[in-house]
Design a protein around this ligand. Structure first.
Ligand SMILES: C[S@@+](CC[C@H](N)C(=O)[O-])C[C@H]1O[C@@H](n2cnc3c(N)ncnc32)[C@H](O)[C@@H]1O
Length: 284
């Protein structure tokens, strides 16, 4: 992240969620009607234009093919995380921490969070914009606290305690679409802190990219660098597992975008390459 520039990728993924909220029900697996109100106006207008009935399904296929499935991955990963979150909240978990929240609208779109305190942690440049856009939106969550942090420079312990987070109570942590933009050192330091602040039974959902390097992957890496958000923290499945286990988490599942497509869309589109994985882990 560059200090004076808010994250562009957070706009892009929110735009994908906003777009999918306009698509027919079989595609709209993680409905996010709030996303379009958080986007900058040009993206809101674009989403409305391409999300028109009759056009949305065509755009879904075209974007998916053009991006080798990158666009498919966004609503699918959100659906997979929402499902895990709903399960834990219905089992009494009352604290949700969004690490690198971007334009995540869970606190404003999920009625299941009515008894849940939400802590949104993000880089100040991205969070400043989010707070402006959220404006007078009423959260559906019990409360929402915004905490600014640079994961490369600070520990989450410096900010969430002050915001009212209760370390002794179970918590649910979402690190969605963020680790790849962090250095391995920042990932490790943040995992240390997540472990420290997670009461037994807490859950972490973390997406990550693996270090494979095909031609298409390379093109993706170059594009990320060009928009100022280079991929810094690719990790193999075994590296993720060992990092989590070392910190007292056991891995419940480690799935990829093709698994999510089969689960939520019944089949994985042939153009869908695996860009990202989701690990769900529980603190012992
Ligand atoms: C692709 S966006 C994902 C946003 C959100 N989790 C979602 O899925 O919609 C990446 C997020 O990581 C945050 N981020 C990147 N580097 C960061 C850093 N060093 N410290 C704090 N946040 C960072 C950005 O501000 C941005 O919100």
């Amino acid at each position: 992240m560059r200090d004076q520039h808010r994250s562009f990728t957070s706009d892009l993924v929110a735009a994908m969620r906003a777009f999918y909220s306009e698509t027919p029900a079989d595609l709209d697996v993680a409905s996010d009607p709030v996303a379009s109100s958080l986007l900058p106006l040009p993206l809101t207008l674009l989403v409305k234009a391409v999300g028109r009935p009759g056009l949305a399904r065509l755009v879904h296929h075209a974007l998916g093919r053009a991006s080798f499935g990158l666009s498919y991955g966004v609503p699918l990963r959100t659906a997979a995380i929402d499902e895990a979150l709903r399960g834990e909240v219905s089992a009494g978990c009352g604290q949700l921490v969004l690490l690198g929240a971007g334009l995540d609208a869970r606190a404003f779109r999920l009625p299941e969070l009515a008894e849940c305190a939400v802590y949104e942690l993000d880089h100040p440049s991205t969070q400043g914009y989010k707070r402006l856009r959220v404006g007078s939106l009423e959260p559906l969550a019990r409360s929402v606290s915004f905490c600014s942090i640079d994961f490369e420079q600070q520990s989450i312990g410096e900010v969430i305690g002050e915001a009212g987070f209760v370390t002794q109570e179970r918590s649910f942590w979402i690190w969605e679409g963020v680790t790849m933009y962090l250095t391995p050192g920042a990932i490790d330091a943040t995992l240390d802190a997540v472990a420290l602040y997670s009461a037994p039974g807490s859950t972490l959902c973390m997406t990550y990219v693996t270090p494979e390097r095909g031609v298409i992957r390379r093109a993706g890496l170059i594009s990320a660098g060009k928009i100022g958000e280079p991929i810094l923290g690719a990790l193999s499945q075994s590296e993720v597992r060992s990092r989590l286990e070392r910190r007292g988490f056991s891995v419940l599942s480690d799935t990829d975008s093709r698994d999510w497509a089969r689960q939520y869309w019944a089949t994985a589109p042939p153009s869908l390459r695996v860009w990202e994985r989701l690990v769900v882990a529980r603190r012992a």
